[in-house]
Write a protein that binds this ligand. Structure first.
Ligand SMILES: Cc1cc2nc3c(=O)[nH]c(=O)nc-3n(C[C@H](O)[C@H](O)[C@H](O)COP(=O)(O)OP(=O)(O)OC[C@H]3O[C@@H](n4cnc5c(N)ncnc54)[C@H](O)[C@@H]3O)c2cc1C
Length: 251
């Protein structure tokens, strides 16, 4: 193990990259945390919806940015993949530790301003780009757009951004509509749940019509779990709605 770790560090091609310092960490479940990073000696400019590339010991992965560009820290919502390479290392991090960060943001999964209605499907960490887009929109007091966010999770404690999104939808009902849905309503962990149930691909058709969206003025975004994306795309694109997606991993 030591030899493997030494070899990894020796081959670490990220040693010359800028660093980002962990200044805050909140664990929501055993495998979900939100971290806030402060890029060191780096102006990290991005568009809401884009992702950054973070690394430890030469292992780099993409992470969608939850924070909006006007916020001083980069906020990232991470799920632990127990057999993964990077996330178990991230779980050992504490405040003051640093990660490598590629200097430029990436991604084209950003808000399309040519339509006014945005139906956003996200599974757990897949909600990250939508939170950034909505925070940015409200910060600049922009008008004319409505964001309908459907978030799917197995368990109620995995939503994490539900309080923020419910508060925003109450304060700005013409801008934000938020529906969290639980896919395993019969499990004890969800006993207190009284909201929507079912996987997003099973309920998306219902909401497309319930929200009375105009097909020519709507884009449907899907982010996160590839199974949700595949299943939803079949239904949504099949009905002729405009579609864009960001898959966090391949199945
Ligand atoms: C554009 C983009 C944005 C992303 N944004 C985020 C984000 O905001 N938050 C976040 O937690 N992750 C995000 N990811 C996933 C992230 O890049 C890593 O793949 C993930 O953290 C696992 O890294 P790892 O090195 O621990 O696992 P790896 O060693 O890369 O192994 C991952 C393997 O586990 C499987 N797997 C099971 N569950 C997951 C899962 N939840 N994520 C990835 N792989 C899984 C996959 O089959 C994959 O082959 C994003 C990915 C992309 C492409």
């Amino acid at each position: 193990m030591t030899n493997l770790r030494t070899a990894r560090v020796t081959q670490d091609r990220t040693l010359d990259l800028p660093r980002a310092k962990l200044v805050e960490r909140v664990d929501y479940t055993d495998d979900l945390m939100v971290i806030k990073l402060e890029p060191q000696d780096l102006d990290f400019n991005f568009n809401p919806g884009q992702y950054c590339t973070l690394g430890l010991e030469g292992i780099e992965r993409a992470y969608s940015i939850v924070s909006a560009p006007h916020e001083p820290l980069l906020e990232i919502f991470v799920e632990l993949v127990p057999d993964g390479q990077l996330t178990p290392l991230m779980w050992q991090m504490g405040t003051g530790d640093t990660m490598s960060i590629r200097p430029g943001p990436k991604g084209i999964f950003v808000m399309d301003p040519t339509v006014n209605q945005h139906l956003m499907l996200g599974t757990v960490t897949g909600t990250a780009p939508f939170v950034s887009i909505v925070r940015d929109h409200l910060h600049y007091n922009r008008s004319g757009h409505h964001f309908y966010i459907l978030e799917g999770a197995s368990y109620v404690d995995e939503f994490v951004y539900d309080t923020e999104l419910l508060d925003l939808s109450a304060a700005h009902p013409d801008v934000v509509t938020f529906v969290p849905a639980i896919s395993r309503p019969n499990e004890a962990r969800n006993a207190a749940w009284e909201g929507e149930t079912g996987r997003l691909n099973a309920i998306v058709a219902k909401y497309l019509h319930q929200f009375k969206l105009d097909q020519s003025d709507t884009l449907v975004y899907a982010c996160g779990h590839p199974g949700m994306i595949e299943g939803s795309r079949e239904i949504v694109a099949g009905e002729g709605w405009k579609w864009t997606e960001e898959r966090f991993w391949k199945e």
